[in-house]
Design a protein around this ligand. Structure first.
Ligand code: BDP
Length: 720
């Protein structure tokens, strides 16, 4: 009888699934556990639940557990009593709480502000599972973790889990404009409906908060780094407050971007000089006003003196002067400033690669303690592959934080399946050799090397108003992996992919293996068909869509492609060794030594650091030219393989997402060929060499590729 009911509910589950898989539910689908034996076990182990504490966060905990368990177990779980057997006991651990009487202190004492523990215990002969933390948000994280165990069909017989985030502030940076366009956004418009806030609270805001909390994200910068001062006007602050109120129960704080010239634009002042007392008091007053609206406001992100944005240098002041002025304003309220290191100037003749270190290293130690320097993962700009940024390991007295890009500006935007887990891991696991001992980028940003106390990791969001949030269904995986790694960068990209796939597409192991294999190969594939062997920044101008290695005339040389690849009749690549710009010297000497030598430099970074002759033999025995061609071809073949692999699992994926992904893979294949053909046709004009065997010749002549125009490519940066 039991089995019959389960089969019936599976049928219903599958039925609803097939009509409603539009991706809106992300990885929080909570469909009925489709393994009958496990379902019996789960139902046996979770017969009632007791949720202790009454406040907005515990309300969120309750709602999530009710929703999750009802979906996963297919029935309502009643509220329990302490005397129940098989009880799920959820709440904070503190003096005189029911939980503290039942748990030993060492089960919770190191959990900190956000950690949690999940334990199976026998208490008075009764079996309970406790989900506990020192604070409500930790409990919420514990609940999401527990639901993940069920969604991924783990054994919950004897749980003994403690989890504490390695990084304190785990942030999404939205490059969202007040007109709802999203810079480098490929998933529709901004989800912030500024016009209808504060009155209209879209359900999406709540679901956004749930999704973030489920992966540990606790901070949201609502506005574009290319900032608009209007967000600081009282009517907008009221809207920001409405969002902050929605997010608070989910442990998420809001932050804003500060336009450095706001005192002029909003305050009608004549200057924004950070050393002017009037300017300082304008900011102090503004910040006071913000905290009246939002008492737990996180602080500001600032892009200053970069790509035309105003900043302290407009007044002959330094980045430290600018950052410290804002830091002083937010300090009384516990806020902090994330000051971006993405600065470079076309007036500076030095290699763009070097400019951030040139600016910030001399300022090390000059920043107030509540300033973090926000550093992009690489020195140029979110390319498919970059060596880690040399500022990691170069600042000893100034806290640094990571900025990754989740939105795929340079990795196929909204249409290419590229799982970013391996990219993030490659950077976080890179050894900087700071202080001559093993010290990875991860260990620098988590404060274990320098002892910095505020630690943070930001990701530029890929979220928009599209029904499935991220346009490409696999874009969700990049949001997911970012959050999971910000919580614990020691998790592997493989393990995170596996858990995401199970929650997103179900627990069928055959299907899982195939999807994971596509995901794990996808980053290397995009490197192969776009920028193999260390090539970089050779995309179309402005929108950054498609190939554009020929781009040579722009208002600024360091926005062109030719600045980066430097192809000529002899070879290709940017000489950043001591005979070139010497950017390599900004790395620690152990690393510099490896990068400096053409024979020891990892091939994946070869053309990033060296100008290499076309005939140079590489490790494979092939010449550079042949290797470049073979890599482009391999990238295309890999994508063709993704299409085949995806088609092979058609029966295991719901129709809606199956077809959506298949059409996007079709675009990806077409565009991978486009990249290969355009780049090879272009570089061949310098190498003058034939394509090696196995490499398909370009379909069209170079001038065809050069003539393609995309004035309406999405995500374009507006002109200011
Ligand atoms: C680049 C983007 C540009 C951003 C800039 C930044 O092309 O739209 O404004 O970075 O990070 O990746 O400030």
């Amino acid at each position: 009888m039991h089995k019959f009911i389960y089969c019936f509910s599976f049928f219903l589950g599958t039925f609803f699934q097939s009509i409603a898989e539009d991706g809106y539910r992300l990885w929080l689908r909570y469909d009925l556990v489709n393994n009958p034996d496990l379902l019996i076990q789960y139902r046996e182990q979770i017969q009632s639940m007791l949720i202790l504490g009454e406040n907005a966060s515990m309300e969120a905990v309750k709602n999530e557990l009710q929703l999750g368990l009802k979906g996963l177990l297919g029935k309502d779980i009643p509220s329990g009593l302490l005397t129940d057997n098989h009880l799920l006991l959820v709440g904070t651990y503190g003096p005189n709480t029911i939980l503290s009487e039942r748990l030993t202190p060492n089960e919770t004492e190191n959990l900190g502000d956000e950690g949690f523990s999940i334990l199976t215990k026998e208490i008075d002969g009764k079996k309970i599972i406790s989900i506990t933390a020192l604070h409500d948000t930790g409990v919420l994280y514990g609940v999401f973790h527990f639901l993940r165990l069920l969604q991924t069909q783990q054994d919950i017989e004897n749980l003994n889990i403690q989890s504490i985030p390695k990084i304190k502030v785990r942030i999404l940076n939205h490059w969202d404009n007040l007109d709802r366009t999203v810079e480098r956004g490929y998933a529709g418009f901004s989800i912030w409906n500024w016009h209808q806030l504060p009155e209209f609270i879209d359900q999406r805001y709540i679901d956004y908060a749930r999704a973030n909390a489920s992966i540990g994200i606790n901070a949201s910068v609502l506005t574009n780094v290319n900032a608009n001062a209007l967000i600081l006007r009282p009517d907008y602050l009221e809207k920001v407050k409405a969002l902050a109120d929605v997010f608070r129960p989910y442990g998420i704080k809001v932050y804003l971007t500060a336009r450095f010239s706001a005192p002029i634009e909003l305050g009608k002042m004549e200057t924004a000089d950070p050393l002017s007392e009037d300017v300082q008091s304008w900011w102090n007053e503004k910040v006071k006003e913000i905290y009246e609206f939002i008492p737990d406001f996180g602080g500001f992100v600032v892009k200053a003196n970069s790509e035309g944005q105003p900043g302290p240098q407009n007044y002959g002041r330094t980045h430290a002067d600018g950052a410290n002025m804002l830091a002083e304003a937010v300090a009384p309220y516990g806020g902090f400033i994330m000051w971006r290191a993405f600065v470079y100037s076309n007036e500076d003749p030095d290699d763009r690669h070097k400019q951030a270190n040139n600016e910030f290293v001399p300022l090390d130690g000059k920043f107030k303690s509540n300033v973090l320097i926000q550093v992009k993962n690489g020195a140029i700009d979110f390319q498919p592959r970059e060596p880690f940024h040399p500022l990691f390991g170069a600042l000893e007295k100034t806290p640094v934080m990571m900025e990754f890009q989740i939105t795929q500006e340079y990795l196929g935007q909204g249409t290419h399946l590229v799982y970013l887990g391996p990219l993030f891991k490659e950077v976080l696991d890179s050894d900087t050799y700071m202080e001559g001992r093993e010290s990875t980028v991860g260990e620098i940003i988590d404060g274990s090397i320098t002892g910095q106390s505020i630690t943070a990791m930001a990701g530029v969001a890929n979220i928009g108003s599209d029904r499935n949030w991220t346009s490409h269904p696999f874009g969700q995986a990049n949001w997911y992996v970012f959050g999971r790694l910000a919580w614990d960068y020691d998790l592997s990209a493989e393990a995170i992919a596996a858990e995401w796939v199970k929650q997103t597409f179900g627990n069928d192991p055959g299907m899982g293996q195939v999807v994971e294999s596509i995901m794990l190969d996808s980053r290397e594939a995009v490197v192969n068909y776009m920028t193999p062997l260390g090539l970089h920044h050779i995309m179309g101008a402005g929108h950054h869509y498609g190939p554009g290695p020929w781009v040579s005339k722009m208002s600024r040389a360091e926005w062109t492609s030719t600045y980066y690849h430097r192809a000529d009749s002899l070879g290709v690549g940017f000489d950043r060794t001591s005979t070139g710009t010497d950017a390599i010297n900004q790395y620690h000497r152990q690393i510099a030594r490896t990068f400096e030598s053409i024979n020891h430099c990892p091939e994946k970074y070869l053309l990033w650091f060296h100008h290499v002759p076309w005939h140079q033999p590489l490790a494979s025995g092939n010449t550079l030219w042949n290797e470049i061609c073979l890599h482009y071809q391999k990238g295309v073949d890999q994508v063709a393989g993704f299409v085949d692999r995806w088609q092979n699992i058609q029966d295991s994926i719901d129709e809606q997402r199956y077809h959506h992904v298949l059409s996007l893979l079709t675009i990806q294949l077409k565009e991978a060929r486009w990249w290969r053909d355009a780049c090879l046709a272009y570089f061949q004009t310098f190498s003058q060499l034939p394509f090696p065997e196995g490499v398909e010749a370009p379909l069209n002549e170079l001038k065809y590729y050069e003539s393609l125009q995309y004035p309406y490519a999405p995500g374009i940066r507006p002109k200011w």
